[in-house]
Design a protein around this ligand. Structure first.
Ligand code: A2P
Length: 295
């Protein structure tokens, strides 16, 4: 049995998808094709990853019907604003080679210029009303960002995609999402990000955590598989990235075992409260250097 999540507008999203952040364009089509051949039906990309074209190519090569694949992408901050975001949708669909997208989310808030974040989200609301996208959402929103958005817009986001792995499991964000009926989606779900330099002396990979290895050994599964199963059983979506065919297949081989309540609690207890990726409240000017090419 695979896990499906019903979003707050009734749209059904496969919980486990393939991530393609940092997948080189030359390897992305093959990764997507491999993933679809082993059973994935959800691909998460972003305009800023600069590989939407290759994602579209991989989906076409799979031979699957368009309606069988859930396609999610993100609008980059330099495309925030009403007209800009409407145009960003045209760029994304042009590159992906599709007419409609299943889920479009804002890549991150721009706290110091939140009015452009609001305008971008309102453009997504228009695309939703027009049937161009089936669901809309956000990424890297803290509970405070969500409150600001909800106060100024109409449609509650369907999804909030945030950094989330056993070393940083964001209980406050999960609670806020749940309160509002928003599905939490984990980026870096198996902790690829935990090599981020912000860790200093404590720098280590969650994939080498002994607790996860011990739980995995009891089920004949890897630490990565244990983490993915943890997300699924706790009701989250997860989008692990890999361009390696064996690891793509391994990450989807998580539907034949079950973690106990005690095991889930042991994984929850690994939270350090220390973020590895960028702080969504700190605006980095280099974010505004990247211009998303035309389709
Ligand atoms: P690769 O593409 O060579 O497989 P995350 O999505 O949590 O950020 O993790 C992505 C990173 O983890 C990538 O570096 C990816 O490398 C690696 N990875 C993906 N799946 C696995 C796995 N099952 N075991 C170990 N490493 C993995």
């Amino acid at each position: 049995m695979t896990f499906d999540l019903t979003l707050n507008n009734g749209v059904v999203m496969p919980a486990l998808g393939l991530g393609v952040f940092q997948s080189p364009p030359a390897e992305t089509s093959a990764a997507v094709e491999t993933a679809l051949s082993v059973g994935y039906r959800h691909i998460d990309t972003a305009a800023a990853y600069l590989n939407e074209r290759e994602v579209g190519e991989g989906i076409r090569r799979s031979g699957l019907d368009r309606s069988d694949v859930f396609i999610e992408t993100k609008v980059w901050v330099t495309d925030y604003g009403r007209d800009e975001t409407l145009h960003a949708f045209e760029k994304a669909t042009g590159k992906l080679g599709v007419d409609q997208l299943d889920l479009v989310i804002l890549h991150q808030p721009v706290p110091s210029r939140f009015e452009t974040t609001i305008a971008a989200y309102q453009a997504l609301e228009t695309l939703l009303a027009d049937g161009r996208v089936r669901a809309i959402g956000v990424s890297n929103f803290t509970p405070a960002h969500l409150d600001r958005l909800l106060a100024e817009t109409e449609v509650v986001p369907a999804v909030n995609q945030v950094e989330l792995h056993p070393y940083f499991s964001q209980p406050d964000v999960r609670q806020a999402d749940e309160q509002h009926g928003i599905v939490t989606q984990a980026w870096s779900p198996i902790g690829g990000i935990t090599f981020y330099p912000g860790w200093g002396d404590k720098r280590r990979s969650v994939m080498d955590d002994p607790e996860l290895a011990a739980i995995g050994a009891d089920h004949g599964k890897s630490a990565a598989q244990v983490m993915l199963r943890w997300h699924l059983q706790e009701g989250r979506s997860a989008i692990p990235k890999s361009t390696n065919p064996e690891r793509i297949a391994q990450n989807f081989d998580v539907f034949d075992f079950e973690l106990s309540g005690d095991e889930l609690a042991r994984i929850d207890a690994l939270d350090t409260g220390v973020r590895s990726g960028p702080d969504p409240d700190v605006l980095r000017e280099e974010l505004f250097q990247r211009v998303i090419p035309e389709a």
